[in-house]
Design a protein around this ligand. Structure first.
Ligand code: SAJ
Length: 491
C-alpha cells in the first residue's frame, strides 16, 4: 500500500519555500510539517500535493515517451522529481534505458539520463508505474483517421491502463497533455472511470494541460514554455500549477474547466493553419498577377501588427495539419459550421499537388518530357532540423510526380531510407546525386540549404532549381548558373 504521508520526514524543518500564491500561505523555517498536517494523511489532498510539488516531493508518471513525453519526463527529472516513464514499445524503453534517443528530435540527444540514474525508472508496464505515482501525465498520439476524423483510441487505451492501476482512495491526478478538442478528456475517460467503479475526488482526479512542444526548437523546450491547466476542481488545478511551475520557467495558469484548456491548445494550431493557408493561397494568386508573393509579404510586414508566415510545399507534422480536424469534428458535433477552418485545411492539403503542377509546367517549358525526367527532393521531413516524416507534404508531392512518370530521388540526412515509398530513390549523399533534371527544396534543413551548390550544379542534367520554402538566395544561385524558381514566384 502506498505511503501517503508526505515524503519529507515528519518533524524535519521545512526548507523556506514561498508558494507563489498557489496555497495562499508561506512556509518558513522552523515550521514543522506536523503543524501543517496534524492528522495522518489518508489520501493526497490538493494542498498537500501542491506543497509537495513545491519541494519536488512527488512521483510523476509519464505515459508515452515520444516527441513530447520523453522531454517531459526528462524535464521533471531535471526538476528533481521521481519519474516513471512508460511506453508500450519495448524498443523505446530499451533505447531510453540505454540513454539513447528514440525520437527524431535532435534536441533530446545527450539529455537522456544515463543508465542507473536515480529517480529515473522506465518500463513498458503502466500498472507497475501508476501504482507508485502521485501524478500521471498522458502524452500519447492523437492522430486522424484516413477519413480525417479524430482518432482517440490511444487516449482511451492509455486512460484505461492508468485507471485500472490506480490504488483506491489515492486521489491520483491524471493529466492528459495530448492535443484534443473541447470535451475529449471527460467524454473519453469518464465512462471508463465509471465502468471501473472509481470515484473522482476520492480515487483520482482528471485534468488537462496541453503540451506546447516545438520539435527542433530548443528555445521552446518543455522547460521554457507557458502552460495552461484545466480541471473541474480548482484546488487540483492550483496543485498542478505548483507542479508545472517546477517544470517551466514561463507562466503557468489555471484557466478553469477542462474544456477551456482543451480549446486553447487546439485553436492555437487552428490559427496557425489558417494563417499559413492564407499565404499559400496568396502564393497561388500573385504569380498569376506576375507578382512575387514574397515581395508582397515583405512589404506588408512593415506594418506593426502584420504577422508573417511563409508559403511552402505544404503543411506537415503531427500538430498543425491534424488538430484543425479535431475542431471541425467538435463543431460538427454541435451543428455549427467550421467553414473557414475547413477551407484552410483544403488549401494547405492542396499545396503539394499545386507545386507538382508548377514543376511539370517548368519541365514542359524546358522541353523535358516527364518519362525521361528525374527530380531530386532536398528534404523529406515535415520541418527543418527534425527527422519526422509524419504528414510530410513531400509524400503527396513525390506521389504526384511519380504518377506523371517522373523519377523521384530524396536526400534527407535527418531520416533513413526505411519507410520511404517504394517508387522513391533514396540518395545517401549529394555527391551520389547524378543526372537529375531538377532539384526541389522541400525541407529547409541546414543540410539541404547550406550545401555546395556549384558541385550539385555540375552533377545535374539540367540546372533547374525550385525553392519550395522560400529560404534560398535565388539571385546568387541564378548568377551561379541555376535556373531558379520558387513557390509564389512567377515563372
Ligand atoms: N509551415 C509553413 N509556413 C509557415 C510555418 C510553417 O508552411 O509559415 C509548415 C512547416 O513547414 C511544417 C508545418 O507548417 O510543415 C508545421 O510547422 P510548425 O512550425 O507549425 O511546426 P510544428 O508542427 O512542429 O508545430 C509546433 C506546434 N507546437 C505544439 O503543438 C506544442 C505548434 O503548436 C507551434 O505553433 C509550432 O510548433 C511553432 O510555433 O513553431
Amino acid at each position: 500500500m502506498r505511503d501517503f504521508s508526505p515524503k519529507t520526514n515528519i518533524g524535519m524543518p521545512w526548507r523556506k519555500v514561498i508558494v507563489n500564491n498557489v496555497l495562499g500561505f508561506h512556509i518558513f523555517n522552523d515550521q514543522r510539517i506536523d503543524e501543517l498536517h496534524p492528522s495522518p494523511i489518508t489520501m493526497a489532498q490538493p494542498a498537500d500535493l501542491a506543497a509537495r510539488a513545491v519541494i519536488g516531493d512527488l512521483t510523476i508518471g509519464i505515459i508515452g515517451l515520444g516527441y513530447v513525453g520523453l522531454p517531459t519526463a526528462i524535464g521533471f527529472h531535471d526538476a528533481g522529481f521521481e519519474v516513471w516513464g512508460v511506453d508500450v514499445s519495448q524498443r523505446t524503453v530499451d533505447m531510453v534505458l540505454k540513454g539513447e534517443n528514440p525520437t527524431g528530435d535532435p534536441d533530446v540527444n545527450d539529455i537522456i539520463p544515463a543508465p542507473g540514474t536515480e529517480r529515473w525508472s522506465i518500463t513498458t508496464s503502466t500498472a507497475e508505474a501508476v501504482s507508485l505515482c502521485d501524478v500521471v501525465l498522458v502524452t500519447v498520439p492523437t492522430p486522424i483517421t484516413q477519413d480525417l476524423k479524430p482518432d482517440l483510441s490511444y487516449v482511451a487505451a492509455a486512460g484505461r491502463a492508468v485507471f485500472e492501476a490506480i490504488p483506491k482512495d489515492s486521489n491520483t491526478i491524471v493529466v492528459l497533455e495530448s492535443t484534443v478538442y473541447p470535451g475529449v478528456t471527460a467524454q473519453t475517460w469518464n465512462p471508463i472511470i465509471e465502468e471501473l467503479g472509481l470515484e473522482i475526488g476520492k480515487d483520482l482526479e482528471i485534468a488537462y494541460c496541453p503540451e506546447r512542444f516545438n520539435p527542433g526548437d530548443p528555445a521552446h523546450g518543455v522547460r521554457q514554455v507557458a502552460r495552461v491547466i484545466g480541471c473541474s476542481n480548482p484546488e487540483v488545478g492550483q496543485a498542478l500549477v505548483a507542479l508545472y511551475s517546477k517544470l517551466t520557467s514561463e507562466d503557468v495558469r489555471y484557466v478553469g474547466k477542462l474544456e477551456v484548456a482543451e480549446a486553447a491548445k487546439v485553436i492555437e494550431n487552428v490559427q496557425r493553419d489558417i494563417n499559413i493557408a492564407l499565404v499559400n493561397e496568396l502564393a497561388r494568386i500573385f504569380p498569376a498577377l506576375d507578382v512575387d508573393v514574397e515581395d508582397v509579404l515583405s512589404a506588408a510586414a512593415t506594418k506593426w501588427n502584420f504577422h508573417r508566415y511563409t508559403p511552402g510545399v505544404g503543411v506537415g507534422g503531427h500538430c498543425i495539419p491534424v488538430d484543425p480536424y479535431y475542431m471541425i469534428q467538435r463543431a460538427a458535433d454541435v451543428g455549427v459550421p467550421a467553414g473557414l477552418i475547413t477551407a484552410a485545411r483544403a488549401v494547405n492539403r492542396s499545396m503539394p499537388n499545386h507545386v507538382a503542377q508548377v514543376l511539370l509546367n517548368i519541365l514542359w517549358k524546358a522541353g523535358l518530357s516527364a518519362e525521361n525526367t528525374k527530380v531530386l527532393l532536398l528534404g523529406w521531413s515535415y520541418k527543418a532540423e527534425v527527422g519526422d516524416p509524419r504528414e510530410t507534404p513531400a509524400e503527396p508531392l513525390a506521389e504526384a510526380l511519380h504518377e506523371k512518370g517522373i523519377g523521384v530521388g530524396v536526400f534527407d540526412p535527418h531520416l533513413s531510407a526505411s519507410g520511404m515509398p517504394e517508387h522513391v530513390e533514396w540518395v545517401d549523399s549529394l555527391e551520389s546525386a547524378q543526372g537529375y533534371d531538377m532539384a526541389v527544396l522541400v525541407t529547409a534543413h541546414k543540410a539541404c540549404v547550406e550545401i555546395d551548390w556549384s558541385s550539385l550544379l555540375a552533377q545535374m542534367n539540367h540546372p533547374i532549381l525550385y525553392d519550395g520554402r522560400r529560404v534560398l538566395d535565388l539571385s546568387s544561385l541564378q548568377q551561379a548558373g541555376w535556373q531558379t524558381y520558387a513557390v509564389g514566384k512567377p515563372i
